[in-house]
Design a protein around this ligand. Sequence first.
Ligand SMILES: [Zn+2]
Length: 118
Amino acid sequence: MSIKIKRGVQPDSLMLMAALANTAEIWSLDVTVTSGSDGKHRQGSRHYTDQAIDVRSKELFETVDEKLQFLKRVIERLGPADKVQTPTGPGYQTKDGRWLGILENIGLPLEHFHLERN
Ligand SMILES: [Zn+2]
């Protein structure tokens, strides 16, 4: 089973949710979304426009490498992707620049995956 979303369906966070759910299904993981458009985020954050979600990363895998592999698979569901380094952490971005996933605050209590539509 997988979730399909027609191109152009809004909000953009639905595309992220489908990519996440489909990857979690393949990897047999239970994932927890910790934030959508709620909560406090930096000014201008994509969260406020339903273009970003946060996902718990801490207890999903033992190593950062495994976390990044999972994140890579999620973003690759949205298109071919390249590894990127951002000010808040490493991640993957689709080659068309539309979708970005970052492992933020690595090793800290607030560590999480941030997925957004660019
Ligand atoms: Zn976020």
